[in-house]
Design a protein around this ligand. Structure first.
Ligand SMILES: C[S@@+](CC[C@H](N)C(=O)[O-])C[C@H]1O[C@@H](n2cnc3c(N)ncnc32)[C@H](O)[C@@H]1O
Length: 337
């Protein structure tokens, strides 16, 4: 089956993979990459080649073996969460813990009009586009020409062109050129305080506006808070989002001699170890005596029993910056009828 998508798979859902789709190739939690399906392309990794033509028509989520049969990948649907884990990094990016928190505290939902600067690698933009669609709009600004062009192309390839407008602009110098237009603003810039005056003008005048500035250093947070206060923003609050995921895995449970046995000497401990093994071999659940030996319940634990354990991950993609939120109250009162 060979079909082409026109809207891109980030917005137009389908059951099967088609020519031109973005596919997330999942090999392992640490090896996630993306593929744009072409007629004669081939994705290669250390297990061999995966021809694009064999992906076309497969159901999303399928497991695909390599040509050599030595390995496989999963062909996953391009959600914003998976895109964040696989996108080409042109800058530091936002990860889901921060994106989710910003989404909640800026009250983002379908229909919201908002500003983002800078666009960077578009990680935040992809998630926000899904949240505010189909009636909302994201105006995003980027002053690096190269990043602007790449993000612009990605948004249109991913079918997000009607939700996201990207402009090539230095917002700290030229502002946003928008007034009375948006509900929310997100600034991931080295000097957000220089853009706050223009941000204030862009907010809808008759509605409550919410802003978030994302800064890696406490000195930047202090400058941002000072500028927000001077401009009349209220409810200024700073947060740091920390994530602690756990890996769950099965381990083999082992029985050990009791502490007292070690003191009595090796002969006693050895006798009890043999008795315990006899118990485990016959798979008798712990507790009862099975011979004339004086072994205790601790020695009746069957060897090789599996235990489920959990352990925090050593490396976590969580905090990258501090999040400063503030509210702008309506600058004009709505007219009463
Ligand atoms: C850390 S990145 C943003 C990453 C983005 N939040 C993401 O999740 O992919 C910051 C971006 O801001 C851009 N930038 C810095 N100063 C700017 C300015 N004054 N106007 C517009 N963009 C600016 C940089 O070029 C950079 O691409």
């Amino acid at each position: 089956m060979t079909t082409t998508t026109t809207a891109g798979t980030f917005r137009a859902y389908s059951r099967h993979i088609a020519l031109g789709d973005t596919v997330i190739a999942y090999s392992s939690p640490k090896t996630i990459t993306y593929i744009t399906v072409t007629a004669d392309g081939e994705f290669c990794n250390s297990y061999g080649g995966f021809p694009h033509s064999s992906m076309i028509g497969k159901e999303w989520g399928s497991k695909m073996p390599s040509k050599t049969g030595k390995g496989f990948i999963y062909l996953l649907y391009p959600t914003p969460e998976l895109w964040t884990l696989s996108l080409p990094h042109r800058t530091q990016i936002l990860y889901q813990p921060d994106i989710s928190f910003v989404t909640a505290l800026l009250d983002l939902r379908p229909g919201v009009k908002m500003i983002e600067a800078g666009t960077g690698s578009g990680s935040f933009s992809h998630s926000i586009a899904r949240t505010i669609a189909p009636t909302g709009h994201l105006y995003t600004f980027e002053f690096s020409r190269d990043r602007y062009e790449k993000a612009n192309l990605e948004f249109s390839e991913h079918g997000l062109g009607d939700i996201i407008t990207i402009q090539h602009r230095d917002v700290c110098v030229d502002g946003f050129d928008m007034s009375d237009m948006v509900d929310a603003i997100f600034l991931d810039l080295p000097a957000p305080w220089d853009a706050l005056g223009a941000a204030k003008r862009a907010f809808k005048r008759k509605k409550v506006g919410r802003i978030c500035c994302f800064s890696p250093c406490m000195e930047q947070v202090l400058k941002t808070c000072t500028a927000l206060k001077e401009l009349g923003f209220v409810e200024i609050q700073m947060y740091e989002v920390l994530l602690r995921p756990y890996d769950v895995r099965k381990v083999q449970k082992r029985s050990f001699p009791k502490l007292g046995d070690a003191k009595k000497g090796n002969a006693g401990a050895e006798k009890k170890r043999k008795a315990a093994e006899a118990v485990s071999d016959s798979d008798v659940p712990g507790g009862e005596k099975t011979s004339g030996e004086d072994h205790t319940t601790t020695l009746h634990v069957p060897l090789n029993e599996e235990l489920i354990t959990s352990k925090p991950q050593a490396e976590v993609r969580g905090h990258t910056s501090y999040l400063t939120f503030a509210t702008l109250l309506p600058q004009e009162l709505p007219v009463r009828r």
